[in-house]
Design a binder for this molecule. Structure first.
Ligand code: NAD
Length: 259
């Protein structure tokens, strides 16, 4: 028996990296899955690795588009009924310093990483508060994805850092607002994880050396190691954890690397 047997979980950014790793873990835990991405074909490739029949469905969704988000939640509720969990993995990076950041790039990063997270959380919360039952423990769960860049400043990543600090603040605020409805809200803050998002950083051996030196554990993460923490937060094993922004980062935000 999986820890999420028969429970419906929505995953954004499910076609790649950490989101795809979450889908694979959720399948192992017996969850029902609504998996979305800008690229539905990428999600379908992940789902095609398994023989899970009608336990999962995929859709194209831009999390920054509130209308699309509303339609997706209506479809997910019709398909699965009660929705147990939400994992917000959709995200984009933003490069640029305070001296050169431009409005368009800034707004794109905010639209996906901040508005997208809020759009999904709002739609989930509005449905979830409608079906709280008497005596329920804190069982429903939202997991947002912050970053080491949501805990510390990073030069030349101004918009991304701002968006990930926002995700941490949104997570803690929603914890305060939604606890009474038995909805837990947490975030994980991954360290450097090898995905298409970060592939470009692994082309130069000197950069790889620097990345590994910045993580006391001496390496970058595999996406499944981040997904393990995310899925844990969806389970009853985490029933008293809410409002936490949990570094899953090989120690990279715990200390300054030795020289
Ligand atoms: P990824 O690029 O491999 O996957 C992100 C997915 O999000 C892609 O499939 C993309 O199509 C999708 N996406 C982008 N914009 C979208 C939108 N508007 N609507 C719906 N889907 C959209 O990236 P990843 O490394 O798996 O990152 C996932 C999350 O983890 C991101 O929020 C990222 O900021 C965060 N993160 C990643 C790392 C890392 O080292 N990889 C570290 C810290 C935080």
């Amino acid at each position: 028996m999986g820890r999420l047997e028969g429970k419906a979980v929505l995953v954004t950014g499910a076609g790649s990296g950490i989101g795809a790793a979450c889908v694979r873990r959720l399948i192992g835990e017996g969850a029902l899955i609504a998996a979305v991405d800008l690229r539905q074909d990428a999600v379908d490739d992940v789902l095609a690795e398994f023989n899970i029949g009608d336990r999962a469905f995929s859709a194209t969704l831009d999390v920054a588009d509130r209308e699309q988000v509303g339609a997706f939640f209506a479809a997910a509720q019709q398909r699965f009924g009660r929705l147990h969990g939400l994992i917000n993995c959709a995200g984009i990076r933003g490069v640029g310093s305070v001296l050169d950041v431009e409005t368009e790039g800034w707004q794109q990063v905010m639209a996906v990483n901040v508005d997208g997270t809020v759009n999904m959380c709002q739609a989930f919360a509005r449905l979830a508060i409608e079906d709280v039952y008497e005596g329920e423990k804190a069982s429903r769960s939202i997991v947002n994805i912050s970053s080491g860049a949501g805990l510390m400043g990073v030069p030349n990543r101004l918009s991304y850092v701002a968006s990930k600090f926002a995700v941490s603040g949104i997570t803690r605020t929603m914890c305060a607002e939604l606890g009474k409805y038995k909805i837990r809200v947490n975030a994980v803050a991954p360290g450097m994880t090898r995905t298409p998002f970060t592939d470009y950083m692994f082309q130069d051996p000197e950069n790889v050396r620097r990345i590994r030196a910045a993580h006391p554990i001496g390496r970058e993460a595999d996406p499944d190691e981040i997904a393990a923490a995310i899925v844990f937060l969806l389970c009853d094993d985490a029933s008293f954890i809410t409002g936490a922004v949990i570094p899953v980062d090989g120690g990279s935000t715990a200390c300054i690397p030795s020289h």
